[in-house]
Design a protein around this ligand. Structure first.
Ligand SMILES: [Ca+2]
Length: 389
């Protein structure tokens, strides 16, 4: 056992005190950081990889509070608050539909957190026979969430238990975007996608309180839902705002082949399933054509699919040669991808850490300037990339 792990029996104290603390509530103490890769020489930077935690159950997202504490979501339905060497599972976390790809997904601390204390999270929720992706926000009171509010609910709820998305990004204009997966539509035909009349396979743009910005593309028309910003997407698990242009960049899972990188623009249709660069898993029949009128093409696509998840533009001060480069995690291909962009073109790609750490679920620039990775496994890890000479 690399770390000394101590489970404090909060469940026992809950019984003793008669409180309504979650039975899963626990505090884990991690004793050591461990260098797992001493020296990785890549094209632009040389770095080492330090493992900070090794027992995160299907971690999905990581973000930081202004005081440096970390929030990490675990897909089965927990949010960890990591303070130095102690990780505590928060109480009063919304109930999630932890089934297949569903569960607790993204988490993002509001840019103006110091003023209002809001933390945003996306997750899958089931009610009756159907479910979908939900955006909620809450504040932190000690080691409990408080004032939990549902901000937006995907429309409509559907029966499949997969393809929920979902990532949250804060735009420079004070609004937020959240990606909502296509919920298995195409195989299922409940919603005739692509369409902006449902927030299925859509990017939703909202004010921070969940109201709809007046300049959203379908506010003035009957063609689509007021909250929908773009549509025709498929299971988007990465989104980031370009540090210089403020543009919304997003990637999405293709079917068998055809993962896409998209530059998301107001009112645009990204085509799924009329247009794709992939095929069916069963017999490799192409799905749709590769272009169609009114459909915005991806900036880039990959076949075979890396199975992308997590995305950040690196803006830290530790790796000067990576400034504003786009980093994306890959699940199936177990690597990190580094892309350089020139406007709307990908000018270079590099694969990092192929097969070294496992399935990469999230990639984030820490407030300390290091690049962080979260792996997807029953006992997944949190890793930090640090420059070495
Ligand atoms: Ca597309």
């Amino acid at each position: 056992m690399r770390f000394l792990v101590v489970f404090l029996s909060l469940a026992l104290s809950a019984c003793t005190l008669g409180s309504d603390a979650s039975p899963e509530a626990s505090t884990t103490t991690t004793a050591d950081e461990e260098i797992v890769l001493e020296r990785v020489e890549s094209e632009e930077e040389t770095f080492r990889v330090v493992q900070l935690m090794d027992d995160i159950e299907h971690g999905w997202a990581v973000d930081w509070l202004p005081d440096g504490r970390l929030l990490i979501t675990e897909r089965p339905g927990r949010i960890l608050l990591v303070d130095g060497g102690t990780a505590t599972a928060l109480d009063n976390v919304p109930e999630v539909w932890a089934q297949n790809q569903g569960g607790m997904l993204d988490i993002r601390v509001a840019p103006n957190y110091e003023e209002n204390g809001w933390i945003y999270m996306s997750y899958s929720l089931k009610e009756g026979d159907t479910g979908g992706t939900v955006l909620a926000r809450a504040q932190l009171d000690g080691t409990s969430l408080t004032n939990v509010e549902e901000v937006y609910r995907q429309t409509p709820f559907l029966s499949p238990d997969y393809h929920f998305g979902s990532r949250i990004a804060f735009l420079n204009d004070g609004t937020l975007a959240v990606s909502m997966g296509e919920r298995g539509q195409r195989r299922e035909q409940t919603v005739d996608i692509p369409t902006p009349t449902a927030s299925v396979g859509a990017t939703v743009r909202l004010n921070m309180d969940g109201t709809v910005p007046e300049d959203n593309p379908f506010v003035e028309s009957d063609e689509g839902l007021d909250a929908v910003y773009s549509y025709g997407h498929r299971n988007q698990q990465g989104m980031a705002i370009h540090p210089e242009t403020g543009a919304i960049w997003q990637h999405e899972h293709g079917p068998h082949g055809g993962d896409e990188l998209n530059l998301v623009e107001a009112g645009a249709n990204y085509g799924w399933p009329d247009v794709s660069y992939g095929d069916t898993y069963s017999d490799q029949t192409p799905i749709g054509g590769t272009e169609a009128e009114g459909v915005t093409n991806p900036v880039e696509y990959w076949d075979p699919s890396p199975a992308l998840s997590g995305m950040t533009f690196y803006t830290g001060d530790k790796f000067p040669n990576w400034q504003n480069h786009l980093f994306m995690g890959a699940l199936a291909r177990q690597k990190v991808m580094r892309l350089t962009l020139d406007g709307q073109n990908v000018t270079h790609q590099e694969e990092l850490l192929s097969g070294e750490l496992g399935r990469i679920r999230d990639v984030a620039t820490g407030p300390d300037g290091y690049l962080y990775l979260l792996t997807d496994a029953p006992e997944g890890g949190l890793y930090r990339l640090e420059p070495v000479e």
